[in-house]
Design a protein around this ligand. Sequence first.
Ligand code: GLC
Ligand code: GLC
Length: 811
Amino acid sequence: MKFGFFDDVNREYVIETPKTPFPWINYLGSNDFYSIISNTAGGYSFYKDARLRRLTRYRYNNIPLDTNGKYFYIKDGSEVWSPSWKPAQAELDSYECRHGLGYSKFKGVKNGVEASVLYFIPSSDNVEIQRVTIVNSSDSVKELTLFSFVEWCLWNALDDMTNFQRNLSTGEVEVEGSTIYHKTEYRERRNHYAFYSVNASIDSYDTDREAFMGLYNDLSNPQAVELGRCSNSEAHGWSPIASHCKNMTLKPGEKVELVFLLGYVENEQYSKFNDDGTINKAQAKALMAKYGTSEVVEAALAELKHGWEAKVGKMQLSFSDERLTRMMNIWHPYQSMITYQFSRSASFFESGIGRGIGFRDSNQDIIGFVHMDPEKARQRIIDIASTQFEDGGAYHQYQPLTKRGNNDIGGNFNDDPLWLILSTTTYIKETGDWAILDEQVPFDNDTDNCATLFEHLKRSFYHVVNNLGEHGLPLIGRADWNDCLNLNCFSNNPDDSFQTTENLDGKNAESVLIAGMFVLYGSEFAHLCGLLSKKEEATAAYEHIAKMKQAVDAHGWDGEWFLRAYDHFGSKIGSKECEEGRIFIESQGFCVMAGIGVEDGRAAKALDSVNEHLACEYGIVLQNPPYSKYYMNLGEISSYPPGYKENAGIFCHNNPWIMIAETKVGNGSRAFDYYSRITPAYIEHISDLHRTEPYVYSQMIAGKDAYRPGEAKNSWLTGTAAWNYYAISQYILGIQPDYYGIKVDPCIPSEWDGFTITREYRGVKYQIEVQNPSHVSKGVKQLIVDGSMVEGNVVPLLEKGSTHIVRAILG
Ligand code: GLC
Ligand code: GLC
C-alpha cells in the first residue's frame, strides 16, 4: 500500500495523508542551521549541534508520536484547523505534504479556505523561513484568525529534558513589535539568542506556554486559540514559547501571504546589550529586513533549488526503469548529502543528544557525496583525521561543535583507522587533489603534534599490522564495523555499556572482517604509495597484505564461507561448527571485495552461501541463525531479539558489500536483485509494512526471523545511503572515478539493453552511453571517446570545461 507518490519532475515525494505509518520526515538546512520536519510539521531546529544548541523543543517517544513542531492554527468561526493537519488534527477537506530537496510544503484545505506553508532554510543564513499563504476560495467573506506556535528549547537539549529544578526558573524573552526573542541564559555566559518574527503587524502574542495553552489543554486545542486571541503573556521561567496571533478578513478569492522567520543570532561579547540592558537585536533585524517580502523568499527558494540541482546534476542517469532513475537522480544523492551532514546525530531515531560525528561512519559517508561537494569532503577528512591518535587508533566519535574527540566513548574500535584510507583515496580519485596528502594534520587535536595526512594513512595501515592476534588476523578491539560484536566486553551487569566496557585485555579476539578490509584498503594504501613513488613503503605494505591473505586462507575460511571472527577463547564465530550465528554477511562482503578467493572459486561459493542462508525477500540478513539467548562472549549482538538489528536483521548498510562482491564475480543479475530488494523506490508499494519513508533507506529492516519481517526502523542517517549509491553507481552501473580517469566497468543484468549517465568529473562533462547488444553482464569490449577508439576501459582525463561523448560497448 502507498501513501503518496514520487513527483520526479519537481524532485519531491508527495504525501497524500497525514496518517502515514510513521512520521515521514525531511531535513532543512544551510551550513550551520538545521531543522527536521515531519509530514505533519513536527520536528525541531538547531544551530550546528543538535545537543548543545537546540532552538526548539521536541518530545521524543511521545503519545501520540511526533509531538511538537512549527505549528499553525487557523480559527474560522468555531472551527480550528491546521494546514499540516497537526496539531489541531481537525479533518481536512484535502491535505498534501511535499518533501523536496531542502524544503517541505504543506497544503491544507477546509471550508473554502486554502492554507499553504512552505518551510526552508536559505543557504546563506541562520534562519528558517515559513511562508504562509491563505486564500479564500469560497464565495463569502471569511473572518479568520491565524496563530503560529513554537516552543523554545533552553539550548542544551539533554539538560532541557532533565534539569527541571533549574530550567523552570531560567526562561527569559523580549518582545518588540511582531518579534519574539528567546534569550534564556543570555544574561550570563551565552552570546546567542533566537527569534521568531512575522513581516506584518499582529493583534496579540504569547510567550508563556501556560498562558497560551492552558494548564489542562494540549497542542490540539490551546486555550488562546479556542478564545481567538493571545494574552500578550511574558514568560518568566516555566516554558517560554512564541505565538503570534493575527486576525484577517478575506474577500472571496483574496489571498494573504505572511513570512515568518525563526532565526539564530550570535553577538560579540562586547556588543551583547543595548544601553538600556535589552539585547542587541541588530543582526536579527537585518535578517528580518532581508527576508521581508514574498519576492525575496521566492528568490531564496530558487537559489536553494539551484544549489541542489547543481549537486544532484553531477551525475544523472537515463534508463528505462523510472524507479532506478529517481533513485540515481534524486534520492541517492539527497540522502547521501544529508547523512554526511548529520552523521548519526539527529533524526526521528537519533535523538540528537547521543552521538556526535562517528570516525567510521563519516569516513564512509564521504564515498556517497564527494563528487557533489569535494570541499566539504576535504574538510571532513581533515577533521576526522585530526582525532586520530599517534598509534593510528582513533576516537570513535567527535562533537561537531568542538571537533574534539569524545572521551566518553574513547577509541579501540579496530576497524576505524582503515576507513580513513577509503575516504582519502576516494577523495583523491574524484578530485585529483593530491595536495591533501601533504596537509599537516594533528593527532588527538594537538596542533603541536602534527603529521601529513599521508602519514596518518600510514599509521592507519600499521595500526592493523601492530595489532594482530594469534592467527595472524587483526585484533577486534571493542568492536569492528559491527558495533554489537563485543568480544572483549564480557558483561553481566545490565548497567554497563556494551560499547565502552572492556573487561578483557583484548589480546585474543580477532576479526576476519578487518582482515578483509585490510587486504582491500591496505592494497589501496600500497597502490597509493606506488603512485607516489614511495617504492619501499609500497613493497613493505604489499608484504603485510600477502601475510594477511595467508592468514585468511589458513584461518579465515570455513569450507563454504568466510568465518566471522575468533572469540576471546579462540573459538570460531560464524562457522558451521556454531550452534547459532553460523554465517555472517560482513566477512563475505569484505573478503570477496578484497578479491580473496575470486580465483579459486571460494568467493563464488561464499556468495552462494549468502544467497542460500542469508538472503530473503526483504534483503540480506546480517547473520543466521539468529542468537536465541544472550552470550556473554559475544556481547550486544545477542542482546537483540532474533531478526532485529545486528541479530539477524537486514542491516542495509552491509547489503551493498554483497552487491559489490557479486560484481567481482560477474553476477550482475544477483547484484541488481539485491539492490532492488532494499531500495526505497522498489518497495514503495509495501509502505504499510515497511513503515518508514519510501524515499530513503533505513538502517534496518526486520529480517526473516523477526516477528514482522520487512518492517523498517532508523530511517535517514545510515551508512546505507552512501554505500548503496556507491554500489549502484560505481559497481553495477560501473562508473568509477580513478586516479587518472574514469573507469567504465558495469556489471548489470544481462537482459538490460544499456543506459546513459552524464557525469561531471574534475570539471569535465562526460556523457557515457553503455550499450549491451550481446546481452552480457560484464566486460567492456569497445570504448569510444568522441568517436575514437580508446584502449582498455578508462576514459582519460580531458580538458576542463569540455564535454565529451563516451560509448562503451559491452560484449
Ligand atoms: C550503526 C553505527 C555504525 C555501525 C553499525 C553496525 O549504524 O552507526 O558505526 O557500523 O551500526 O553496528
Ligand atoms: C547499538 C546499535 C548499533 C549502533 C550502536 C551505536 O549498538 O545496535 O547499530 O552502531 O548502538 O553506538
